[in-house]
Design a protein around this ligand. Structure first.
Ligand SMILES: [Zn+2]
Length: 52
C-alpha cells in the first residue's frame, strides 16, 4: 500500500512506504521551503504519512 504526505502548500509526496514519501517531501522542502529544512523532522513527516 502506497503512502502519501501532503505538504502545507498542497504538494503531495508519494512513495511505496512512509519513508519513501518522507524522502520526496524532504527534497521538495529543500527546493521550495528551504526555511523549513531542519524545522520539520523526519519523525514529523512520518507521522503525517497516510494511505495514498
Ligand atoms: Zn510545499
Amino acid at each position: 500500500m502506497a503512502k502519501q504526505i501532503i505538504c502545507q502548500c498542497g504538494f503531495v509526496g508519494r512513495g511505496e512506504t512512509a519513508a519513501d514519501a518522507a524522502a520526496v517531501i524532504e527534497g521538495h522542502m529543500q527546493s521550495d521551503h528551504p526555511e523549513l529544512v531542519g524545522e520539520v523532522s523526519k519523525d514529523d513527516l512520518l507521522a503525517m504519512a497516510e494511505e495514498a
